[in-house]
Design a protein. Structure first.
Length: 156
């Protein structure tokens, strides 16, 4: 996905009333302020209460569910090699969030992990350096993950 496709997805979700925070490789790039590598997909933490609105909005742009592991995540694909991976986050009254994991536990999103970055010259909501580093741990990293971790550590 290129930055125009990313911004189109974010605009579509915003128009549908769904808050979204860029994560994964694009999230790293948002924190850095420029694209550092080619990305297969766009990872987004979304407000779980707006998940249906998000799916409907993306369907209007040709996205269809490819992998459904709800409530943990749902991956959508669209023509033109566009992929979006949605991670529903249930937010509390204080802005903290939780996301289900595959083992029955939860990932924690403290309120201060929701920050902003830049994609394609535009300010976007994204996950903090600290949160990204947490999510890049606990699994065998690929080469792209190792590169992302090095970039994140340089920002920390």
């Amino acid at each position: 996905m290129d930055d125009d496709a990313v911004l189109a997805v974010l605009d579509s979700l915003a128009a549908a009333g769904c808050r979204a925070w860029v994560a994964g490789g694009w999230g790293v790039d948002a924190l850095i302020g420029r694209q550092t590598r080619r990305h297969r997909d766009l990872d987004l933490a979304i407000d779980a209460r707006a998940e249906d609105a998000a799916l409907h909005a993306l369907a209007e742009h040709g996205y269809a569910v490819e992998t459904d592991w709800r409530p943990v995540r749902v991956e959508l694909a669209a023509p033109g090699d566009r992929w979006v991976d949605l991670h529903p986050v249930l937010l509390d009254d204080y802005g903290n969030g939780t996301q289900q994991d595959l083992d029955g536990g939860v990932f924690v999103y403290p309120a201060d992990c929701f920050v902003t970055g830049t994609i394609g010259g535009r300010t976007v909501s994204c996950l903090s350096v600290e949160q990204q580093l947490i999510f890049h741990s606990g699994y065998q990293p690929r080469d792209v993950d190792l590169a992302d971790i090095a970039l994140l550590r340089a920002l920390a």
